[in-house]
Design a protein around this ligand. Structure first.
Ligand code: GLN
Length: 507
């Protein structure tokens, strides 16, 4: 019974809970059991909130028992929350030693909205420290393993959230995406991940990595589940000054419409600069077959050129570290978490230095140094200032491309999941994973990854990235759902069902 419950989509599980065929407590217990069984191998979770989760589920059951309508279409469904979002009843570490044991005094808006909707938070998921990385190997608490092949990375920084879905530990998860941390993990774990329009989901209580790029979003195993979650977490929040004051795009309707599989009248732009040389040939081949599938659904394919995308990675790795160097200054040994005091008469400055030396990992230190350099008075114009100009040019490239196409597509990541340890000592190789995902963060536009197929040589998932104009989530979900439905019909079911026994335990 419990294995079956963990196999269901969020939409299916919600239906069973709301019709009271299954209780929310049973559904939650099934996922907690699954976590106990597989997480020693996967390590998707940093904290499992057994008692709070069961209590939240019991509340949903009690409300349903009195005949109340469910608080939302996802009431009673369990979810895994990335450990970068503040939760008042659970620790929040951001994958860092510097925040070990810290309990925030308040809930992030995303967490508060989930609770209000009756979504059951199972616990907090592993991540690269302060969301910097593409493999989850930069977590201070050890790496997460990809359920498709546990010797491989699950992507990053939100590898824990993506792996929890692929390991059937949770049907829903929340990630955050500053340069691809929702989409690249989705691609390499065969799951769905969405970066909403910047300002579409509140950043209140999301521990800042790079504030002008950070965006929280839904992770799921199906497009419809992601859409249901998107509508729960999205929408205006006066507590975030960058929050957009417009209604959440109607993504659930769009996903349902898309599943009918008709894309006639839509123009899909293939970005010339994303893909080709330097990409794993099977990623390229899977992408090409995805294009034919989209065409067979009636969409018109057009080639678009976004010439400044070639500079996106370089500009991002100046802008992000600059913002990081400023944002992470708040970890000063005085306000949160760790405090290292070398001796009784240490000065405040010595305490701060010793705490940051012990509390931050190498990648975080690298970015703080890069950013401090890029912002220093002699180099500001040459580095940070120049990168901001490139950012404007990228935004203009998108605007021009969206005159010719309704959505743009590309591979999500240049390779399938690489081996744990393969790139951890080579920062540049690690950064190259973000080639296709960074442009959307630079422009603030929405983008998502859907499972496209498996690479033949290693049997690992490949993702299709779909990008849309600002607040154009509806058309993006429509295309994603149509593609998913067509792929499932042609291949005899969802890609995730092909996940064989990589965990050594039945999935
Ligand atoms: N790989 C990107 C980086 O390391 C991802 C960041 C993110 O999206 N949080 O900067």
């Amino acid at each position: 019974m419990s294995v079956e419950l963990t196999r269901l989509t969020a939409a299916e599980l919600a239906e069973k809970i709301h019709s009271r065929e299954v209780s929310a407590v049973e559904a939650t217990q099934a996922h907690l059991d699954r976590i106990t069984e597989v997480d020693p191998v996967v390590h998707a979770f940093l904290h499992v909130a057994t008692q709070p989760a069961l209590a939240a589920a019991a509340e949903v059951d009690a409300a349903l028992a009195t005949g109340n309508k469910p608080a939302s279409p996802l009431a009673g469904v369990p979810l895994a929350l990335k450990d970068v979002l503040a939760t008042s009843d659970m620790p929040t570490t951001c994958g860092s030693k510097i925040l070990e044991g810290w309990r925030p005094p308040y809930d992030a808006t995303v967490a508060a909205r989930l609770r209000k909707a009756g979504v059951v938070i199972l616990g907090k998921t592993n991540m690269d420290e302060f969301a910097m990385g593409s493999s989850t190997e930069h977590s201070a608490y050890g790496p997460t393993h990809n359920p498709w092949d546990t010797s491989r990375i699950p992507g990053g920084s939100g590898g824990g959230s993506a792996a929890s879905l692929a390991a059937f530990e949770a049907p829903l998860a929340i990630g955050t995406d500053t340069g691809g941390s929702i989409r690249q993990p989705a691609a390499v774990t065969g799951t769905v991940g969405v970066k909403p329009t910047y300002g579409g989901v509140s950043r209140y209580g999301l521990v800042a990595c790079a504030s002008s790029l950070d965006q929280a979003g839904p992770c799921a195993r199906t497009v419809l589940d992601a859409a249901l979650l998107h509508e729960v977490i999205g929408g205006h929040d006066p507590l975030d000054s960058t929050s957009i004051d417009t209604p959440v795009p109607r993504v659930v309707d769009a996903a349902r419409q898309g599943a009918e599989g008709d894309l006639r009248g839509l123009r899909i732009g293939v970005v010339r600069e994303l893909g080709g040389e330097g990409y794993q040939p099977e990623v390229e081949a899977t992408f090409r077959s995805a294009l034919s599938r989209l065409e067979s659904l009636g969409a018109e394919l057009v080639t678009v050129s976004c010439p400044h995308f070639d500079y996106a990675l370089a500009a991002y790795y100046l802008i992000l570290p600059s913002e990081v160097s400023s944002n992470l200054a708040r970890f000063d040994a005085m306000r949160y978490g760790l405090r290292v005091q070398p001796s009784l008469d240490s000065s405040a400055e010595e305490v701060m230095a010793a705490t940051r030396e012990a509390g931050f990992g190498d990648e975080v230190k690298r970015r703080i140094m890069l950013g401090t350099y890029a912002l220093s008075s002699g180099y500001y114009d040459a580095y940070y200032g120049k990168a901001q100009k490139v950012r404007t040019l990228i935004t203009r490239d998108f605007a021009a491309a969206f005159e010719q196409a309704d959505v743009l597509v590309s591979p999500t990541a240049p390779t399938t999941a690489f081996r744990i340890g393969e790139k951890v000592d080579n920062p540049l190789a690690m950064y190259l994973n973000d080639l296709c995902t960074i442009p959307a963060n630079m422009a603030g536009t929405p983008a998502m990854s859907v499972p496209a197929g498996l690479a033949e040589s290693d049997g690992l998932p490949v993702g299709l990235q779909i990008m849309a104009p600002t607040l154009g989530e509806a058309v993006m979900y429509r295309v994603a759902a149509a593609f998913e439905a067509a792929r499932n019909a042609a291949e005899g079911g969802p890609l995730i069902q092909r996940l064989e026994n990589g965990l050594g335990v039945p999935v």
